[in-house]
Design a protein around this ligand. Structure first.
Ligand SMILES: NC(=O)c1ccc[n+]([C@@H]2O[C@H](COP(=O)([O-])OP(=O)(O)OC[C@H]3O[C@@H](n4cnc5c(N)ncnc54)[C@H](OP(=O)(O)O)[C@@H]3O)[C@@H](O)[C@H]2O)c1
Length: 209
């Protein structure tokens, strides 16, 4: 099964993973506020990749990878015309120095974790949280590996998000370790136990305990 995947934020994370998705046979649209600048990336990614604006990628993708500065979510969400029914994979992390205090205050006030806050801007979407705890270079280097696969801890708000994410991870040679729904994903946020860990499935399961 292959998917149409819109990449929202085609930098370290989105650029690297988008290339893997295209190599695995998924149809990829990289997006940027300046799409013409992404032409070299799309050429590297091969015939399954194209470029577009954020609005175009949001429309193109049945799956969207969110890989931009966390605090830009309200701005990005306005460009995702119809999130309902799409699977969103949230790779973003909250860094107050980069993203401002406002998201932190809102999360605290509403009692939301980072991906729950993100999900609240995309009504009707099937939201998963993945890739956020692993350095971009590791994600770039360890796909399609012949050895022990890299484990990607993830949360998923519902069964559809879980199934699609597991299929996409398998297609690029990673293995998912399911943490639970989004309320169970604190453990993979910045400075928490799984953050920065580059482990096998066994290694991640030991850390989870
Ligand atoms: N780097 C890592 O190792 C790593 C690991 C795990 C998770 N993360 C998280 O993943 C996210 C992306 O990190 P990154 O390292 O890939 O960042 P990056 O290389 O700086 O790329 C971010 C991309 O977001 C786009 N962007 C910025 N503002 C935007 C806006 N208002 N609307 C739409 N797109 C916008 C930029 O594209 P244009 O300027 O072309 O529009 C840029 O290419 C962050 O939340 C980060 O915390 C990073």
């Amino acid at each position: 099964m292959t998917y149409k995947i819109g990449i929202i934020g085609s930098g370290n994370i989105g650029g690297g993973l988008g290339k893997h998705f295209a190599n695995a046979g998924h149809a990829v649209m990289f997006s940027s506020r300046n799409p013409q600048e992404l032409q070299p990336l799309a050429e590297q990614a091969g015939p399954n990749a194209q470029v577009g604006t954020v609005e175009e990628a949001a429309q193109f993708g049945e799956v969207l990878l969110l890989a931009y500065p966390f605090g830009k979510t309200p701005e990005v969400a306005k460009q995702v015309a119809d999130p309902a029914g799409k699977v969103l994979i949230d790779a973003n992390n909250y860094y107050p120095g980069r993203d401002g205090q406002e998201p932190g205050e809102e999360m605290e006030e509403k009692g939301l974790l980072e991906s729950e806050w993100t999900a609240s801007y995309f009504p009707g979407a099937h939201v998963a949280k993945a890739f956020n705890s692993i350095p971009a270079k590791t994600l770039a280097d360890r796909a399609f590996s012949e050895g022990v696969p890299l484990a990607v801890p993830f949360g998923a708000a519902d069964q559809k998000a879980k199934e699609v994410l597991e299929a996409i991870l398998a297609s690029i040679g990673f293995v998912g370790v399911y943490l639970g729904d989004l309320s169970q994903t604190k453990i993979s946020q910045p400075d928490e136990k799984l953050y920065g860990k580059q482990e096998s499935e066994e290694g991640i399961r030991k850390l989870i305990g």
